[in-house]
Design a protein around this ligand. Sequence first.
Ligand SMILES: NC(=O)c1ccc[n+]([C@@H]2O[C@H](COP(=O)([O-])OP(=O)(O)OC[C@H]3O[C@@H](n4cnc5c(N)ncnc54)[C@H](OP(=O)(O)O)[C@@H]3O)[C@@H](O)[C@H]2O)c1
Length: 223
Amino acid sequence: MKIGIIGGTGGMGKGFALRWSQKHDVIVGSRDAARAAESATEYTNLAKEAFGNINGTISGSDNLSVAKDSDVLILSIPYTNIDTVCSGLLSEIKDGCIVVSPIVPMTKTDVGFEFIPIKENKPFSYQLVSKHMNDKSKLVSAFHVISEKKLINPTLELDYDIFVCGDDKDSVEVVNGLINEIKGLRPIYLGSGELSYLAEMCTPLLLNAMIKNRIKNPGIKII
Ligand SMILES: NC(=O)c1ccc[n+]([C@@H]2O[C@H](COP(=O)([O-])OP(=O)(O)OC[C@H]3O[C@@H](n4cnc5c(N)ncnc54)[C@H](OP(=O)(O)O)[C@@H]3O)[C@@H](O)[C@H]2O)c1
């Protein structure tokens, strides 16, 4: 399976690439193909250091080429750039390509971390991304509550739940499989994509809890 990561040069992209390269061909995307290639080389070296050998590969390319080539496409970009990035890319993806949004619409204000859709009366991430998709059922929302700091350390033991929202059962199953491949993560299905705001909201909740109570490495686990 080819997993493309739009904005793969950022912290989350690095974590995804390191984790999934053990089994899959990962393509790191960037607005700048040279930056993508540099990151791909860095991640390959780090993955080999951590795991000894990897069964997949990590390569880099410009975002559009990545979008055209992927079976699963992760949108690892900031909320504010969804429209500019997705308008040029999501009409170009392969039929059947599953699009994953980990995007959190969050801002820091005087009172703490807040949820942009409520604060500024704007759409949540799933709604914004889905506007650009021909087959909206292929959009799955996940990975909002795992921090890059934990993902980029492949030897760090994890024990967290990941909320998943989406309309197509098969697409959700594929994403659940990718979550399960990251040891210590468990997928928890919340329901259709229209409920994605519930998952997206958990990130400012966690960050406020972390900072105001000095909790190290907070995460969510349903017990
Ligand atoms: N960081 C976390 O711990 C965390 C946890 C859960 C969810 N998330 C969500 O995951 C997503 C990625 O997080 P991140 O921390 O990796 O993000 P990031 O580092 O801020 O950005 C990721 C990449 O997006 C691209 N980008 C930046 N500005 C852009 C623009 N104006 N137009 C197009 N592309 C742009 C950049 O790639 P190029 O410059 O190479 O194009 C950048 O490396 C975000 O939506 C975030 O809310 C993050």
